[in-house]
Design a protein around this ligand. Structure first.
Ligand code: ASP
Ligand code: MG
Length: 423
């Protein structure tokens, strides 16, 4: 007998029919002799609709009440799913995040899970019940308020429950068959990956792949929770996300796991900075004070002896206006000539743990982009990732070219998108 934690996303529970279908799947897992705990997201686009509604009554709604509002979405799906399961003859109990023992920091909208005290879940399991937990929410002991974990937070709820309960697996059900070597909407020949290492999944998620939120992968890695990403619309085996040490030695590892892309970035170039100690510190202290997280940084010191330098960096385009305003406000202190803003960039990232031990990966990547006639504007690397910035309108072609160059193309189209929006 295993203990299985399952997570169902909004697109898997979008209406009454979908809820009944998911309920049947949960009951089948239970009838196969497993203990089952489920974390469920709000139905369909409920969260977005509630956010729109709040902004329709107020431009700047209070964060505390936003969390009360948004957590209602997951309570609705949790209650309905529990009701649907009971209607199918199985014993089930629904719990809100706080009732399930999810304890978080007090940071509204972005709370982090600091503890899970699963006493009530364990009691229900001992009573032979299936447990359905409202995802994306917890309680802050500090503020005594309900909190949310950030968009996509039900993934993190599921992994945190799996860790606290020492579950055998955390199954993340979504509307695609698993994690692919690229976004199938861009690369129709993308390949479903049988397994991905935590490190690779972290880089993929942080580089624009939308299957899992980075925080949930981080949590799984820290607690060594095996994740199985699979479709709630089919019975196919999906993608296993595991630690590198969990893999048998006999396994022949592919060098590259996949190619991620991100259209949501923008680039700021600060032109004519004095080439003296402290310039970069002043610039990035200004950006950090505006609570903007940046990604790539490139500095070019002029080859001529001009005494000035340019610094470019990338950031989420959503933060573009805020960053520009912050830098403008410190113009005299930082002492630059001009700020340029460009949101027509795209970011491509090639990711694979095998890069650590294989040479020539970057040469092959740059060669593929050259052959496709694509100019590289910025480059950054980690030990298992190479990212490049291109023009936005060339990004999709770049992804396809690189995917082919690294022999990642499947023999036929493997990807089926069953519904929803990919979350
Ligand atoms: N309902 C929340 C969202 O849409 C949480 C989740 O789906 O995981 O972000
Ligand atoms: Mg959702």
């Amino acid at each position: 007998m295993s203990l299985i934690v399952q997570k169902y996303g909004g697109s898997s529970v979008s209406d009454a029919e979908a809820l009944k279908r998911v309920a049947a799947r949960i009951v089948a897992t239970r009838n196969a002799g497993n203990d089952v705990v489920v974390a469920v997201s709000a139905m369909g686009d409920t969260t977005d609709d509630l956010i729109d509604l709040a902004h329709a009554v107020c431009e700047n709604p209070s964060e505390r009440e936003m969390d009360i509002l948004l957590t209602a979405g997951e309570r609705i799906s949790m209650a309905l799913l529990t009701i649907a399961i009971r209607a199918q003859g199985a014993d089930a109990r629904g719990l809100t995040g706080p009732a399930a023992g999810v304890v978080t920091t007090a940071h509204h909208g972005k709370a982090r899970i600091i503890d899970v005290t699963p006493g009530r879940i364990e009691k229900a399991l001992a009573d032979g019940e299936i447990v359905i937990v409202a995802g994306f929410q917890g309680l802050s002991h500090e503020s005594k308020d309900i909190t949310t974990l950030g968009r996509g937070g039900t993934d993190t709820t599921a992994v945190a429950l799996a860790a606290a309960l020492h579950a055998d697996v955390c199954e993340i059900y979504t509307d695609v068959d698993g994690v692919f070597s690229a976004d199938p909407r861009v690369v129709p020949r993308a390949r479903k990956l049988d397994h991905v290492f935590y490190e690779e999944m972290l880089e993929l998620a942080a580089s624009g792949a939308k299957v899992l939120v980075p925080r949930c992968v981080e949590y799984a890695r820290r607690n060594n929770v095996p994740i199985h990403v699979r479709s709630s619309f089919s019975d196919k085996d999906g993608t296993w996300i595991v630690g590198e040490s969990d893999q048998g030695e006999a396994m022949e590892e592919p060098i590259i796991a996949g190619v991620a892309h991100d259209h949501s970035q923008a680039k700021i170039t600060v032109v004519g900075l004095p080439d003296v100690p402290g310039t970069a510190a002043r610039l990035f202290e200004t950006v950090a004070a505006a609570e903007i997280s940046i990604d790539m940084i490139v500095q070019n010191v002029s080859a001529h002896d001009t005494g000035v330098t340019d610094i470019s960096f990338t950031l989420p385009a959503n933060d573009g206006a805020k960053a520009q305003a912050a830098i403008e406000a410190k113009r005299s202190e930082i002492g630059y000539e001009e700020v340029r803003y460009d949101d027509t960039i795209g970011k491509l990232s090639l990711i694979g743990a095998g890069m650590r031990t294989h040479s020539g990966v970057s040469a092959k990547l740059f060669g593929a982009l050259r052959d496709a006639g694509i100019n590289i504007e910025m480059i950054s690397t980690s030990d298992i990732r190479i990212s490049v910035i291109t023009r936005a309108d060339q990004l999709n072609a770049a992804v396809r070219a690189v995917h082919t160059a690294f022999d990642l193309d499947a023999d036929q189209n493997e990807a089926v998108v069953y519904g929803g929006t990919g979350r």
